[in-house]
Design a protein around this ligand. Structure first.
Ligand SMILES: C[S@@+](CC[C@H](N)C(=O)[O-])C[C@H]1O[C@@H](n2cnc3c(N)ncnc32)[C@H](O)[C@@H]1O
Length: 269
C-alpha cells in the first residue's frame, strides 16, 4: 500500500484540483450530465440503504450536495462535508433555496471536525477513491460513528475500473467486452482528465475537462483497509443497468458487461 501519511503536497493537490473542478462540475451535474450517478448508481445506493428516518448522518465528500439531499429526503438529519469550498458554497445556496435541514462545512475527510460516536451512519458517494490515505479515512469515519452505526459508500469498481479501462464495441456500436489493465499499479494521485461521457460538443468546447487525482487500490487492499479500521463488511452491490435503462440511457449500457461502481455497507461492531 502506498499511503503516505506526511504527504502534505499530495493532500493540497487533491483539494486544489477539486476546487478547480467544482464550478464546472456543479454546472454539469445539475444539468443532468452525470448519467451513471443519476440513472443507476444513486438509485442502487438508496435501494440498498437501511431505513435512515430520524438518524444523524454524515455525507463525506458531498460535492454540491445532490446525494446529501437524497438522504435528507429519506428523512435523515444530514451533515455534508467536502474539501472544496466552492462545492460547499453551492450546496449551501441550494439549502437556502430549498431547506432540508442539512448542515454543510468545508473539511478534510482525514480530520473530521466531530466528536467520537456522534453519527448513526455515514455515506460517501464516489469520493473515497479520490482521497489519499483511505485506510486512515476509514478509521476516522469509524471514530465518529456510534457503535452499531454503518458506513455505506460507493467507489469506482476496483476490478473493472482500474487505471485503464476501455469499452470494446461491435460494428453496431454496442459494448460487448471491456478491456482493463494496470490493476496492480498502485497509483497515488495520478491526475485523470475527462468530461462526462454525454456532455454535448458545444458545452465541451466551452469548458475545461475535469482533472481528478486518483488513488486506485485493489479489491484486496480495500478489504484489508476495511478490516484494519475495525469494520465488518455487511453488504455489497455491483449495479447493473436493466435492459430498459440501457436502451433508454445508452451510456450506462456498458454496466451490463461489467459494473462501473462497487457499493459496500460496513458496520461498526
Ligand atoms: C466524484 S465527486 C462526488 C461528489 C458527490 N459525492 C456526488 O456524488 O455527486 C468526489 C468529491 O470528493 C471530494 N473530496 C475529495 N477528497 C476529499 C477529502 N479528502 N475530504 C473531503 N472531500 C473530498 C471532492 O471535492 C468531490 O466533491
Amino acid at each position: 500500500m502506498t499511503n503516505q501519511p506526511d504527504d502534505d503536497a499530495l493532500k493540497r493537490s487533491v483539494s486544489d484540483h477539486w476546487e478547480a473542478n467544482a464550478e464546472t462540475w456543479t454546472k454539469h451535474v445539475r444539468a443532468g450530465y452525470d448519467i451513471y450517478r443519476d440513472a443507476l448508481h444513486t438509485p442502487a445506493f438508496l435501494e440498498m440503504l437501511p431505513d435512515v428516518e430520524g438518524l444523524n448522518g454524515l455525507d463525506v465528500g458531498c460535492g454540491e450536495g445532490a446525494n446529501t439531499r437524497s438522504l435528507a429526503r429519506a428523512s435523515a438529519k444530514m451533515t455534508g462535508i467536502d474539501i472544496a469550498p466552492t462545492f460547499v458554497r453551492h450546496a449551501l445556496a441550494q439549502e437556502n433555496q430549498e431547506p432540508l435541514g442539512i448542515h454543510y462545512l468545508t473539511a478534510d475527510a482525514l480530520h473530521l471536525p466531530f466528536d467520537d460516536a456522534q453519527f448513526d451512519f455515514a455515506s460517501a458517494f464516489m469520493s473515497m477513491m479520490d482521497m489519499p490515505q483511505q485506510g486512515d479515512v476509514l478509521k476516522e469515519i469509524f471514530r465518529i460513528l456510534k457503535p452499531q452505526g454503518f458506513f455505506q459508500f460507493t467507489i469506482l469498481h476496483p476490478c473493472f475500473v482500474p487505471p485503464f479501462r476501455k469499452n470494446v464495441r461491435n460494428e453496431d456500436g454496442q459494448v460487448i467486452a471491456v478491456q482493463v489493465a494496470d490493476y496492480f499499479v498502485d497509483i497515488d494521485g495520478s491526475v485523470e482528465t475527462w468530461w462526462f461521457s454525454n456532455l454535448p460538443q458545444a458545452e465541451r468546447e466551452q469548458s475545461k475537462p475535469f482533472n481528478i487525482p486518483r488513488f486506485h487500490r485493489t479489491l484486496s487492499e480495500w478489504i484489508g483497509m476495511i478490516n484494519m479500521a475495525g469494520f465488518t463488511l455487511e453488504a455489497s452491490v455491483e449495479p447493473m443497468a436493466s435492459e430498459e435503462l440501457a436502451a433508454q440511457e445508452k451510456v450506462v449500457a456498458d454496466t451490463r458487461v461489467t459494473p462501473i461502481a462497487w457499493i459496500v455497507r460496513l458496520r461498526k461492531p
